[in-house]
Design a protein around this ligand. Structure first.
Ligand SMILES: NC(=O)C1=CN([C@@H]2O[C@H](COP(=O)(O)OP(=O)(O)OC[C@H]3O[C@@H](n4cnc5c(N)ncnc54)[C@H](OP(=O)(O)O)[C@@H]3O)[C@@H](O)[C@H]2O)C=CC1
Ligand SMILES: O=C(O)[C@@H]1CCC=N1
Length: 267
């Protein structure tokens, strides 16, 4: 199976890294094209993936194509590749946040083109991603092959499109929020004398283990908070100080702003 990428930036490279790690595809199965060759030549050389001369050549060489450009470029790029798509009906996997299947069908001028909307997160690069997908009616026949590829990248969930903005906040963008939390935790450790390297490792492992515990335990995150908080102990002192500084409202405000931005892109 030949998989093409239109756009060769952070997310395209993350997906390719994950697929190669999992040996779901080989470098020879992957062909990419981006805006400026200088930005992805070194990546192509390092991984051995093929480089196409232009976006239409990606489609001509591919059995499926991932659209991995920025959302604002969607209509221009689809207009450019439309003749190549029409010539071959190559299923299109769109990573575009805030761009619905209906909008893409509008750019394509038909509802009969196989389209899958995919929202991954950057952790797909290490096969620990959380990816949502939604397919139009025309993509049902190719969906099992798409899901097989996505499953190689971590956890997947089929999700109604109406929930994609919320998913973007909780999984697409949230790695940045969690990296920021890890960095804040680690910096506080540096404030108290740890090296940044020590503190980054300690903080990241604590977050990794906590996520795994939530997934593996029958208890809710809140029940687990109670289990960590010894009466009169350190944890409850820390938690109350974090809450006084606005921990939960700031997380919810961040999620609300992410959802609002995603929905603004749809307007
Ligand atoms: N980053 C993330 O964690 C996630 C991103 N996404 C989605 O993935 C998509 C890509 O995001 P991301 O990878 O972060 O963005 P990047 O800016 O890293 O990548 C965008 C890519 O598109 C290329 N590009 C620009 N113009 C063209 C063109 N005319 N034809 C082909 N390629 C072009 C850019 O090339 P150049 O830079 O050389 O101009 C670059 O390779 C977005 O739609 C985003 O919503 C979804 C989930 C998570
Ligand atoms: O920041 C963005 O717009 C993209 C979508 C989800 C993660 N990154």
């Amino acid at each position: 199976m030949q998989l093409g990428f239109i756009g060769a930036g952070n997310m395209a490279q993350g997906i390719i890294d994950g697929l190669l790690n999992a040996e779901a595809l080989t470098p020879g199965d992957i062909i990419i094209h981006g805006g400026h060759a200088a930005n992805y030549e070194a990546y192509a050389q390092k991984t051995g993936v093929q480089v196409a001369a232009n976006n239409s050549a990606v489609i001509a060489a591919s059995d499926m194509v991932v659209l991995a450009v920025k959302p604002l470029m969607a209509s221009d790029v689809i207009a450019e590749i439309l003749p190549a798509l029409q010539a071959k009906t190559t299923p299109l996997l769109s990573l575009l946040s805030g761009v619905s299947l209906l909008q893409i069908e509008g750019y394509l001028g038909t509802k009969n083109y196989p389209l899958v909307r995919v929202m991954p997160n950057l952790n797909v690069a290490i096969n620990a991603g959380m990816t949502a997908y939604a397919a139009n009616a025309a993509a049902q026949a190719v969906l099992p092959a798409v899901v097989k590829l996505l499953d190689a990248l971590g956890e997947t969930i089929e999700l109604a499109e109406q929930h994609f903005s919320t998913f973007v906040a909780l999984a697409g963008s949230s790695p940045a929020f969690v990296y920021m939390f890890i960095d804040a935790l680690a910096r506080a450790g540096v404030k108290h004398g740890l090296t940044k390297k020590q503190a980054d490792k300690i903080a990241a492992q604590a977050v990794l283990g906590s996520g795994a515990m939530v997934l593996q335990s029958d208890e809710s995150p809140f029940d687990l908070v109670d289990k960590v908080s010894s009466p009169g102990g350190t944890t409850v002192a820390g938690l109350l100080a974090m809450e006084a500084a606005g921990f939960m409202p700031s997380v919810v405000a961040g999620v609300d702003a992410t959802i609002a931005k995603d929905q603004e892109e749809q307007d």
